[in-house]
Design a protein around this ligand. Structure first.
Ligand code: ADP
Ligand code: MG
Length: 599
């Protein structure tokens, strides 16, 4: 509908044709309101409904909007001890059971607006708790449209109010200033972190995709980087039929790019330890040194890394930058490295890291010599074990095409002067068994560190980035309890980052199956929460209760049904995600199953 044709709030309310579900009751505060349910509406679905009513304050009409988050049946006869005997005898109370029931609902107030005839409605807070006896009506799409008229450009629709057909407005604002510039987009004024939680299959990635489409409306005002370990965003995999992230993002005027680790991106050229650990996994050391035990394998891998990084450092990055290798140099580097282990064979600092002395060492020296002395052996060791690892580090592939480095990606994302880039980085590398979770964690950590550094530099120059970094399946990379050194160090780094990067204009979105996996520190820094189905176990629900701090809302969240049996994807949102959530009450939503509804 054309914006001018949307009737005003006063007009919609004047028509008075939305269903009355009850009247305000007692007790009631400015944010939590009890309503007595009317007889006729008892049988209809009430839980989750968005409702509204009008109060008068300082001779001004104020519209109150809230969501029903709990319902209780009361029948005082059933609570009376003398009647309990009758119930036991008859199974119920004749004439009283059912008929004398009262139903009370609790609504949490989402937003209040002053209604000015002939003008748009202003958001404001209630000055006092509403009186009892005021008619409470169901929210309609018509009234919602009237309310959102002023926010129209900023609002995104990605689902229905829980259990209803009413479209729920959201806003996904960039992290810049909140200037209502004529043709600009309002920012949130600040960067913030976002958490999307829920069991596997609860619809997190799909919901996050919708949220990102909402963020993409900010087009040139922000940059977005999605780290995609399941290819869900890169391939539109397992997204509802017809949801095409790329098409949408481009449609909003953002540049959409997809890169895949290993194919389009090289591994970091100064990570010699990563290189040598991959060599070890590939079997280079067993073959080249004739080593057969795990501890010696590891010791030799550390020795290789220390040789390469030593050379890198003394040449100030000119030598042994693995990104700058070509085939010739790569093979001669292999030979040189092996040679390093046998020179001055009596006392060789690198060999000493593996074997102090003795026949084992002499044996390995002999094997390395044999390899180096035979062109065939050298070539086959190179082709089978060294080259396949080195190829992932080379910025120029063997077919001559180029690969981007981590710095290239960071330059595209962390650019204070240019927004409008949406980059999806496929870090699945499913075809290459060498690339374990641990390598992915290292990769993600390096990207994260460099973006943070770029943010820091901009900040020092008085500029801010405006970028969102999305990490799907974050529990795989972030865990304070993990023994894996890469995951440990990424976790430590990210905890430090969430504290500091907001002021640089960098926000994170973590999508994760377990809320516990995110450190308390991270949760404290998170501003927007989306909770999908299934986090109802003890510790998890306790963490959620601490965040949301609303018993009735937690009960409603617990009543969510597994989407795999209903094809409905309910979420509880908490934080500043909607023009309707300015009181800070959680919002309950069912994410659209038809992407055509997304607006
Ligand atoms: N809003 C939705 N509409 C339709 N299908 C959905 C919706 N959300 C999730 N699904 C489907 O449910 C499955 C799991 O969703 P996904 O987002 O991958 O879950 P998670 O990331 O929580 O594991 C996928 O097959 C997906 O297509
Ligand atoms: Mg997922």
């Amino acid at each position: 509908m054309d914006k001018d044709q949307i009737p005003s709030v006063a007009e919609v309310l004047g028509q008075g044709d939305s269903q009355i579900i009850g009247i305000t009751g007692s007790p009631t505060t400015t944010i939590k309101i009890t309503i007595d349910i009317k007889e006729e509406s008892k049988l209809g679905r009430i839980l989750g409904q968005m409702v509204h009513f009008v109060v008068e304050e300082d001779r001004q009409k104020i519209l109150v909007v809230g969501q029903v988050i709990s319902i209780e049946t009361q029948n005082r006869w059933h609570e009376d001890s003398t009647f309990k005997g009758v119930i036991r005898l008859h199974g119920k109370l004749p004439h009283l059971s059912g008929r004398a029931d009262n139903r009370i609902a609790e609504i949490s107030v989402q937003a209040t607006y002053s209604i000015v005839v002939g003008s748009h409605s202003e958001a404001r807070m209630l000055g006092t708790s509403p009186s009892t006896g005021i008619e409470v009506r169901k929210m309609s799409n018509q009234l919602m449209a009237a309310l959102m008229k002023t926010y129209d450009n900023d609002v995104t629709y990605m689902g229905h109010v829980y259990g209803t057909e009413v479209h729920m407005p959201f806003w996904f604002r960039h992290f810049g200033k909140n200037d209502p510039a004529p043709e600009g987009r309002r920012g949130a004024g600040d960067a913030h972190h976002i958490g999307v939680f829920g069991k596997s299959g609860s619809g997190k990635s799909v919901t996050a995709a919708y949220m990102l489409m909402g963020y993409a409306k900010n087009s040139k005002y922000m940059n977005i980087l999605v780290l995609d370990p399941q290819k869900q965003f890169s391939l539109n995999k397992d997204l509802p039929n017809g949801l095409d992230l790329e098409v949408k993002v481009r449609g909003y005027g953002m540049e959409f790019k997809k890169y895949s680790m290993l194919d389009d991106l090289c591994l970091p050229g100064s990570e010699h330890e990563l290189f040598s650990s991959l060599l070890m996994k590939k079997g280079f050391i067993r073959r080249g040194f004739g080593i057969t035990t795990e501890d010696k394998d590891l010791a030799a891998s550390i020795a290789i890394a220390s040789y390469l990084s030593h050379r890198y450092e003394v040449s100030e990055g000119k030598r042994c930058d693995l990104n700058r290798m070509n085939t010739n140099y790569s093979q001669s580097l292999m030979e040189e490295t092996l040679g390093k282990f046998i020179e001055n064979s009596g006392d060789n600092e690198y060999m000493r890291m593996v074997y102090a002395k003795g026949t084992f060492r002499d044996d390995k020296v002999r094997i390395i010599k044999e390899v180096l002395d035979s062109e065939d052996k050298r070539n086959s060791l190179y082709a089978q074990y060294w080259a396949p690892v080195m190829q992932y580090f080379m910025a120029t592939k063997t077919d001559g095409t180029g690969r981007k480095t981590i710095d290239d990606i960071v330059d595209e994302i962390a650019d204070p002067n240019k927004g409008g880039r949406f980059i999806v980085l496929d870090i699945s590398s499913e075809k290459e068994p060498l690339i374990s979770e641990n390598v992915r964690a290292l990769f993600v950590r390096l990207i994260e560190e460099r973006i943070k550094r770029a943010g820091e530099e901009c900040y020092a120059e008085g500029k801010r980035l405006n970028c969102l970094i999305v990490l799907d399946e974050a529990h795989r990379f972030i865990s304070s309890e993990s023994d894996d050194p890469q995951i440990k160090s990424f976790t430590k780094g990210i905890i430090d980052s969430v504290r500091t990067t907001r002021k640089y204009g960098i926000g994170y979105m973590f999508i994760t199956q377990t809320i516990e996996s995110l450190d308390k520190e991270i949760l404290q820094q998170t501003r927007i929460f989306a909770f999908g189905y299934g986090l109802t176990l003890g510790t998890e629900i306790r963490v959620i209760s601490n965040i949301v701090n609303n018993e009735a809302a937690i009960q409603l969240y617990r009543s969510f049904i597994d989407p795999s049996s209903t094809n409905r994807y309910p979420f509880m949102f908490y934080g500043s995600v909607s023009p309707l959530s300015f009181t800070g009450s959680p919002l309950f939503l069912e994410v659209y199953t038809d992407p055509a509804d997304f607006k």
